[in-house]
Structure formats: C-alpha cells, structure tokens
Design a protein around this ligand. Structure first.
Ligand SMILES: *Cc1c(COP(=O)(O)O)cnc(C)c1O
Length: 498
C-alpha cells in the first residue's frame, strides 16, 4: 500500500524541531496503515463476508472430521505483507478443512455447540467498538449488558438477585472461580488443607481437578463417591462418607454435583445433595456446564430441582446456548467469598473506584481487561427471543431418543436412557474381544468422517459416545450418522472376518 522508508535514528540524537516533525509525519504515514480507510474497510469486509457466506452455505457438505495436520510452512509469520485473499485461502485450507468442524451439525463428539451466527456479529461489534467490559466506570453500558445476562441466568436457576456472577472464557475458568470462592469461604489454607475433604463423583469433569491444583488445594482429601446404575452420585453413600470422615477428625467442606456429566449426560440428585450439603455446612457447587440450560425444557425441569440450593453454579453458553467458543458463566451467592481473591483496588484505578453502582466483572474474576463477552449472548437472545432455544433443547432430546432407537435396530447395545442428550453405545461382538472390535469400528468411523463421534470408557469398557447439542444437528444428520455407522460396521466385520 505505502512504501515510505523509515530510517530509525539513535534515541540520544537531539533533533531540530522541523526534523522531529518530519520524522513524526513519516512514521504516521506508516502506522496509519493499521487503520484502514473507509474504502479499504469496505474491501476487507466484503472479502470476509463472502468467505463467511460461502462457509455457511457449504457447511452441510463439509465432512465433520478430516484427519490431517496443517502446513506450518503456510502458517509461518514472515516479514512482509500478504493480502487478505491469500490469507483467507490459507485459513480455509489449513484451518477450516482440517480437524473437527465444531460449526457442523454433524459434530456429535465431546460436547458440541455449533456457534450461532448472530453471536459472531456481536463479536464483530464488540471488537470494532472495543468496549471495556472489565469495569463499570469504563463502559457502564457494556457492564450493564454483562450483568443483565447474569441476572437472566439467576432468574432461570432460582438464584437470589444479590448473587454475583461472571462471564468467563469457558466452564473451566468458571469452575476455577467457584472453587476459589469455596476455598476462601472455608479458609482452607496452611495445615487445614490436608484435613479438608471434598466430595465428588468419578464423573466430575477434569477441569475441577485442574482447578484444585491451580488454587493450591491439590492436597485436600478428595473422596470419589460411589455411583448408582444411572451413573449418578449415590446420596446415601455420600451421607455415610461425610459422617465417617467427621468421626475420623477430618473437615468436610465442599461437595460437587454435576448437572449433565460429560460421559453420560447424567444429572445428579441435586436436591438430595443440596440437603446433605446444608446439613453439614458444606459449600455446594454444581457444574452444569453442559446440561444447565436444559432446565428451560418443560420436560426436564423436574430433574433440576434443587439447583437453586447451590452456593455456586457453572453453565457454559458456548455449549448449552449454542454460542461460539469463548463464553462460560459462574453464579455465586456469597459475594464476600468471591471478593476475597478477586476484588482489588490500586492507585492507578482510583478513578474507576469512584463509580460503583454496578458489579465490576473484574471483582469476580482473575481477569481485568477482557473481551466484552456479554454482547454475544445478549444480542442473539434479543434478536431470536428465547423460544427457538427452548425448541432446540426439546428437538435435541427427541433426536437422542431417535438415534438410540436406530442404533438398537442395527444391533448395538446402548447405555441407560440418558437424562439429557449424551449417551453411549457399543457393538456386542461375541467372537472378537468387544473393546478391540469397537476400537476398530471407531477407526473406520473417524476415517469416514461424515459424522464425528468421540469415545470414552465406562467402567473400563470402551464405548462410542454421542453428544447431540449442536444447533445444526437435525433429523437428517442422525439419518446420515446411522448410514455411516452401518457402513463402518460392515467394514469392521469384514476386517475381522466376522
Ligand atoms: C465442558 C465442560 C467443562 C469445561 O468447560 P470448558 O468450557 O471446556 O472450559 C466443565 N464441566 C463440564 C460438565 C463440561 O461439560
């Protein structure tokens, strides 16, 4: 674009006034390039819009999974300039066309989400305006929007108005914030650490264990609870364990329930665990990262009874509300417990402290400056209303039943009827060792790639998982999945000469 050469001068060199001005002007001509003009922006916008439209229009035909690694050579940052067209081509070939397609409805692995388009537009606006969502003083409007989305969640989950909350980058950081508050509330430090007991399910998400290490609670006693046949915490055993630990001189301080486990989509008995927590003065944390928003489905409401008893709750809008990756949420009732670690005042923030009529996101999070995440939740909710979200939950629940029925017809065994939309299945092979057979089957499934499924182990047994949560997973997707699975099953049988 510009080809002005800049010759740096030694810093110690004292410039005469007009030479100084000449230098500034020369620099400005170069730095100006970071701020494209109206015409340049139009051109860039057009190229990105064309790319996005092409992506959206062809998404259906992309395989859900393509094995392969990017060319690091093509991604290398070298000096010099490239044009956007060239870069979009590289982005397409090296990023979009490799790996799992999270935006695809045919992504039925891990916990998908899809990515609502209007949230992407919100991200664009948040970035262009670059509102500062860390403190109310800086952008009262942005922070008010963030707080409004949290208030909305409080009302959904029966949390009191004075609970605090935060929009995080995802469920892991949301859990970290909740666990830190529990630690600070119960003052778990020094010699108290090894005497303190935390109760959780073997199905608890691994980010909880990571969080414990990060916040210095690696050495608390973690009691892995027994589960019932539906993979839920056995609450009777929980009560017994707590009493036993107390009589052994230990200090129970927290119990963690999951509303929608990653492996099987099970919801623990939230009300029973809540009662136990209350009776023993335990911090009650619920990880509802995957399952939480299913509370909005009339048919599932009763499974969430007791969720309002939690001291802290995590949900992931980038799963359960189909938003693009990069947004989790935590709600916590005890403001002081959260503020202990996160609320800080510093001299260079004295202006900010003068205006305090709303909660500052930075008082509830390790983050100070952050992406204005609230907009990507607020805008889609306002544009679409809540109804299509609720219809989607019901649709996903029915698709799960539909998928399981079809699998049974193909001769597969399926796990227990799930509370939500994650379930598992395996092929019962009599002649070949079952794990070996199913591992091979998944190899064929991944090579095929039409629909992506992931795997897990349930009590040592290798099983194939299905997670139906993408906004774009439809009945036709499940039909494609069944076709693909059947084809791969035939290939696997052939492979084993079965
Ligand atoms: C996904 C998930 C997490 C982790 O959340 P991220 O957004 O991936 O950081 C935690 N708990 C549960 C139950 C989950 O499903």
């Amino acid at each position: 674009m510009l080809s002005i050469k800049y010759n740096p001068l030694p810093l110690t060199f004292i410039l005469p006034m007009n030479s100084l001005i000449n230098q500034i002007e020369a620099l400005q001509k170069i730095s100006q390039e970071l701020d494209p003009t109206f015409e340049e922006r139009e051109k860039l916008n057009e190229q990105v819009r064309e790319f996005a439209n092409h992506f959206m229009e062809n998404l259906e035909s992309y395989p859900a999974y393509v094995k392969g690694e990017p060319s690091t050579e093509k991604l290398t940052i070298k000096s010099g300039k490239k044009n956007l067209k060239e870069l979009l081509a590289v982005f397409n070939s090296e990023v979009v066309l490799k790996g799992i397609k999270p935006a695809s409805g045919k992504h039925l692995g891990y916990v998908p989400g899809g990515g609502i388009y209007t949230a992407a537009l919100a991200d664009f606006l948040a970035s262009v305006t670059n509102e500062y969502a860390g403190m109310y003083y800086a952008s009262p409007g942005a922070v008010a929007i963030e707080n409004e989305t949290l208030n909305w969640m409080k009302s959904i989950f029966g949390f009191p108005k004075d609970a605090v909350g935060n929009l995080t980058s995802g469920g892991s950081i949301a859990n970290l914030i909740a666990l830190t508050a529990a630690r600070d509330k119960h003052k778990i430090k020094n010699e108290k650490i090894t005497k303190s007991v935390l109760y959780l399910s073997p199905q608890t998400h691994h980010c909880i264990h990571k969080a414990l290490r990060i916040i210095g609670l690696e050495d608390v006693k973690v009691q892995l609870l027994e589960l019932d046949t539906l993979h839920k915490i056995d609450t009777l055993k929980l009560s017994e364990k707590i009493k036993e630990d107390i009589s052994n001189g230990l200090k129970p301080f927290m119990v963690i329930a999951t509303a929608g486990t990653t492996d099987t989509g099970a919801i623990d008995s939230l009300d029973e665990i809540g009662e136990i927590a209350k009776n023993h003065n335990l911090w009650y944390h619920i990880d509802a990262a995957y399952g939480g928003f299913f509370i909005l489905s009339e048919s599932k409401k009763n499974l969430f009874k007791g969720i309002e008893m939690a001291d802290s709750l995590v949900v992931d809008p980038h799963k359960g509300l189909f938003l693009p990756y990069g947004i989790g949420a935590v709600l916590i009732k005890d403001k002081e417990a959260v503020f202990h670690s996160h609320h800080y005042t510093a001299d260079y923030m004295q202006d900010a402290n003068s205006v305090n009529s709303q909660l500052n996101p930075s008082d509830v999070s390790p983050e100070l400056t952050k992406h204005f995440r609230g907009l990507r939740l607020w805008l889609p909710l306002q544009i679409h209303g809540i109804e299509p979200f609720i219809a989607s939950f019901d649709e996903k629940l029915l698709l799960t039943t539909y998928f399981r029925n079809q699998l049974v017809e193909l001769g597969f065994k399926v796990g227990p009827k799930p509370d939500l939309t994650i379930s598992y299945f395996w092929y019962p092979s009599n002649e070949i060792e079952e794990n070996e057979f199913n591992e091979k089957l998944v190899e064929f499934i991944h090579t095929n790639g039409d629909v992506f499924l992931s795997t897990t182990k349930i009590e040592g047994k290798f099983v194939i998982r299905m997670a139906i949560l993408s906004i774009r997973t439809k009945k036709a997707t499940i039909d494609t999945a069944i076709k693909m699975i059947n084809k791969c099953l035939i290939e696997t049988k052939k492979y084993f000469k079965y």
